[in-house]
Design a protein around this ligand. Structure first.
Ligand code: IMP
Ligand code: MG
Length: 170
């Protein structure tokens, strides 16, 4: 059963204010936005449309965790970015920060392999209750309790990504 947890209106209003924050920081400086597939696609698409800049470049990366429902800690990068981001300002977009293992792996990977001049992180949701690794992000949509959520890009077995709201799957 699906129960609406954060509705469309609330999501968009929060997205707009994060977009404003990002816009104020990047100004018109060239910035590479990277979306971690697949969960962040709607967050990514919505947020970038609210940012006024003629210097945003986008790319995609994809991760997979061997977890089922629980994190095993083994995160694999299954698709890399295709642009050269060496010495560029990068903002990485992710759907949920849960244990932190995915983001930690991604951040380390991007820094070590692609060597951007800066790397910031934007997440839609933060579930602090299950954190294993301590990491700091730059932009957060909502802090939520330990529910399994779907919709607005997020899935359960690849379903529900198309929901325009965030729902709790019971
Ligand atoms: P972490 O590596 O434990 O921080 O988990 C982050 C990844 O797990 C995210 O990229 C999500 O794809 C997935 N995830 C964690 N919690 C949820 C949830 O409640 N719903 C859907 N996906 C989730
Ligand atoms: Mg997922």
């Amino acid at each position: 059963m699906l129960k609406i947890y954060i509705d469309e209106k609330k999501i968009i209003s929060r997205i707009k204010s994060i977009a404003r924050e990002i816009e104020n920081e990047i100004k018109d400086k060239e910035t590479v936005f990277i979306s971690n597939l697949k969960g962040s696609i709607i967050f990514f698409a919505d947020i970038m449309r609210f940012i006024k800049s003629n210097n945003i470049i986008i790319d995609f990366i994809a991760t997979e965790s061997y977890r089922g429902k629980e994190s095993s800690g083994e995160i694999k990068i299954i698709k890399d970015i295709s642009l050269d981001v060496f010495d560029k300002d990068v903002i990485l977009f992710e759907d949920i920060l849960d244990t932190g293992l995915t983001l930690q792996t991604l951040i380390n990977y991007i820094k070590e392999v692609h060597k951007p001049s800066s790397l910031k992180v934007a997440i839609l949701l933060d579930k602090p209750s299950r954190r294993i690794v301590d990491l700091k992000v730059d932009y957060t949509g909502f802090v939520i309790e330990d529910f399994f959520v779907v919709g607005y890009g997020m899935d359960y077995n690849e379903r529900y990504r198309n929901l325009p709201y965030i729902a709790i799957l019971e």
